[in-house]
Design a protein. Sequence first.
Length: 199
Amino acid sequence: MTDTNSTTGRPLAVALKAAKARAAKAQAAKARVADAEYKAAIEALASSDEPRLWDVYEDGYYATIEASSADEALEIALEDFDRSNRSTDEGTVWVDIHAHCILTDERSAEGRITIDPDEPACVDDGGHDWQSPYSIVGGIEENPGVRRHGGGVLIDECCMRCGCRRTLDTWAQNRSTGERGLHSISYEPGCYAEALDTR
């Protein structure tokens, strides 16, 4: 049986194996040099004020913007966010945003956008007159309209002109993340209208 690994009497095969080993070492050395140069280039760009592309994320990819730093990228992302694509029918919503540089792999801190619902129109041209009469909003006489809610409170107010209810929740929950202890606001038009009619 022939020993296929033997190079005895085969000087050209020996030379080829040696050349292959040298080439592998050289390739590894070149790779280390290239890797070091690549890392240095990333560090140089990251520490500069040269504009670069950033992907913005909120519940997944949102947009690509150009900025000179992680802080600027986050600032632009927060300013340019389209609030109209979020429904506030059930009250305040929160959107967490961060940016990631495509070239340098830098990541911004996370920023939050709080979107409160628009105040509904009042029947009176003078606008809403928010008050907390105990006979309407309940609670306790010393602190009308206030009820315990988890680690916070719910505070109800009544517009004395149209009967709309405004509720401030100091223990609100972000429905997307489950985070609690946030502040939210919500409205219920006409909630107290009947109570006002009977006063």
